[in-house]
Design a protein around this ligand. Structure first.
Ligand SMILES: Nc1nc2c(ncn2[C@@H]2O[C@H](COP(=O)(O)OP(=O)(O)OP(=O)(O)O)[C@@H](O)[C@H]2O)c(=O)[nH]1
Ligand SMILES: [Mg+2]
Length: 407
């Protein structure tokens, strides 16, 4: 209890009881002015903010940067959850795109643990999804409900006619487009426009993500393709207030496993309002372990929730190494440790370490890359577990996940 209070509250409030009745001013990084502003919106206490932020989010966002608001909301939710022991519900992601775009393949590829050849066999046997297909993936205790909308023409009509049935309560809309199917670019783009029109008409302020899927390693984009990408980006930027190409576009392929893991992990980190805290804590862990990359993966979904990378390019290397390593683990129920060496350029050797971790009854997989061979060789596993627990446990156990504001 006190741990969380130490992290989130100003000194003078740390010893008090009944946190949820505290004024939001008690939160570590909130100023008097900001507090008065929230008070004016009837968001005076931690409890008010935790429960009613949704209603006023837009108004607050006009004055205060979203990162700040999100961190306050997350903090107040964490503190209230801790008091009431209520864990929040989950998130909902709707996947759309025309038939054969690769929606079902994406959700299968993310979770697949075996060899790549086995994955391809599974994907080869796929048949078109008939209407709405629900599945659930667990991401660090958060239930993410994945709703795939089968993209064949006969089903699309219904989504467009009854959009409220499919899109209300959605945290993310994920549009999947097959970059290799040039003959159907127009059709795909048209469908994207139709969906944005109906969701905009419903005044849903849902963040969009676009996957330019089947961006296989050997596949080269031609001029026509880059042109249509450009038009899609322009269109989305103009028509969807939450769309930012720098953040919301991904090139994915089932042949590059890191691309899918990376894209989903990025998305899930974004929908948790505690990202800032997790990032900070993860960086601390990496520093203590002298790791150039540190990632904590969910044992069930493979999603990497806590991630730190000294260099951007290490992320893909680590994600790929992660899949490669878990492929060889026959019995996932038993504890495991995998160490292998990667030569990046001529000179740099990165040692990849993968092991399972348990805390709070749940299971995670830790991966790290380090150039410190000495450290890797003498890795004290208990000490590693301790460092991770100390820094990350609160964030993971009190997952104050929240959803984006939805109307
Ligand atoms: N080359 C390549 N093929 C892929 C990739 N991902 C999926 N595919 C293939 O694309 C085909 C269609 O995939 P699905 O996942 O069934 O497509 P879908 O979007 O779910 O289609 P509907 O359910 O009809 O809406 C399958 O034959 C996959 O093998 C990829 O990254 N690269
Ligand atoms: Mg499908």
């Amino acid at each position: 209890m006190s741990d969380l209070k130490n992290k989130l509250l100003k000194d003078e409030y740390r010893d008090e009881k009944d946190v949820s009745k505290f004024p939001v001013l008690a939160l570590l990084d909130i100023t008097e002015d900001e507090y008065n502003f929230l008070k004016g919106l009837q968001l005076e206490t931690i409890e008010n903010l935790a429960n009613n932020w949704n209603e006023h989010y837009d108004k607050i966002a006009k004055k205060i940067p979203k990162e700040r608001i999100n961190s306050w909301i997350a903090a107040s939710r964490l503190l209230s959850i801790e008091e009431t022991e209520k864990i929040t519900a989950g998130a909902k992601i709707v996947m759309v795109g025309i038939d054969n775009a690769g929606k079902t393949s994406l959700s299968i590829a993310l979770k697949h643990r075996g060899a790549l050849s086995q994955l391809f066999q599974k994907l080869y046997a796929l048949t078109p999804t008939r209407g709405l297909l629900r599945s659930k993936i667990e991401v660090f205790g958060m239930d993410v409900h994945l709703h795939e909308l089968g993209g064949q023409n006969i089903y699309r009509e219904d989504y467009l006619k009854n959009p409220q049935q499919y899109f209300v309560g959605t945290d993310i809309i994920l549009f999947v487009m097959d970059v290799q199917d040039k003959d159907r670019f127009e059709e795909s783009f048209e469908y994207l426009k139709q969906i944005t029109n109906v969701t905009n008409a419903l005044k849903l302020k849902v963040p969009w993500k676009i996957f330019f899927h089947k961006s296989d390693p050997e596949y080269e984009l031609d001029e026509k393709t880059t042109e249509i990408f450009g038009s899609i980006i322009d269109y989305m930027t103009k028509n969807c207030s939450y769309f930012d190409p720098a953040r919301d576009l991904f090139r994915t392929s089932v042949k590059i496993r890191s691309s899918i893991l990376g894209a989903f992990s990025h998305m899930f980190r974004k929908i948790s309002l505690i990202q800032e805290g997790v990032d900070e804590a993860t960086k601390n862990v990496a520093e203590q372990l002298k790791a150039d990359f540190f990632g904590l993966y969910d044992f069930r979904s493979n999603v990497c929730f806590a991630q730190f990378a000294l260099k951007e390019e290490l992320i893909d290397i680590a994600h790929n190494a992660y899949y490669e390593a878990i492929e060889t683990i026959v019995n996932m129920r038993e504890p495991f440790l995998r160490i292998r060496r990667y030569t990046l350029d001529e000179e740099v050797n990165e040692v990849f370490i993968l092991r399972d971790l348990r805390f709070g009854g749940d299971r995670y997989i830790m991966a790290m890359l380090t150039t410190d061979e000495e450290m890797a060789r003498n890795l004290d596993q208990d000490a590693v577990q301790e460092i991770i627990e100390e820094k990350l446990r609160d964030w993971i156990e009190f997952r104050g996940y929240a959803t984006f504001p939805i109307e």
